[in-house]
Design a protein around this ligand. Sequence first.
Ligand code: GLN
Length: 281
Amino acid sequence: MSNTRELLRWATAALKETEIESPQLDAEVLLAHSRGLSRSELYTQPDGRPSVEAEEHFRSLVARRLQHEPVAYITAQKEFYGLELQVDGRVLIPRPETETLVEVALMIGRQREVAVLAEVGVGSGAVAIALAVNLPSIEIYAIDSSSDALAVAEENCRRHDVLDRVHLLLGDLLMPMPKPVGLIVANLPYVSQDELPNLAPDITDYEPLYALDGGPDGLDHIRRLLEQASSRLRPPGMICLEIGATQALAVNDLAREQFPAAIVGLVRDLAGLDRVAIIAT
Ligand code: GLN
């Protein structure tokens, strides 16, 4: 039997050896999870000894991480925009850079007093729920082409008590929209097929490929969304798109093809990379 300090030292070294990016953090999160504690609680008793069962459980979680399974899938949860979300292999793990998309949509939602919006590519529900929680009277049409993802999103909506204002719809991009809206928010798959094989095994071996694969240039879904938006966006409308760091110019051109008078703005994420395109039609 080992104490907390020894278990963390062992796990951190093993994860480092396998070139896991944040070995110490991962070891702490997994140990806390296996003991039902918070990370800070681990440190109040560094000499405490977990039960034999808890230690075995922890070692099995570390073994999974050593196979590159993401921590969020192992713990079945991920924090996004201050909200605890349930995640599993049916949905992409919400990324911190997507919080930039939420910030932008919240700003527009408040400034324009938007009453209804569409959110496309719902996945776990992260963006729709963050918007619904922070815009207390908004109504959201939240669309995904995967019924598996919608099942996860439904759970998360229930957990955050927004199921009455987030209408989950199954279908291709904007096709299931019952009526035009003035604001469309989307984090669609935008990784190009050349880039896909270069992603970390944590992503390619575990996360749903359909949520990342944007076709040859990464823009297949964004292109089709903009085409569909020409009849489903109520003018003067706005579209906020999460994009890849090298896609700003191409997205600008695609937007102007559909909306010749559009003004396109760009917002960078916290890493300084182009991340959100704002299209005002
Ligand atoms: N930013 C994500 C990644 O690099 C991609 C998300 C997406 O395609 N929408 O893993």
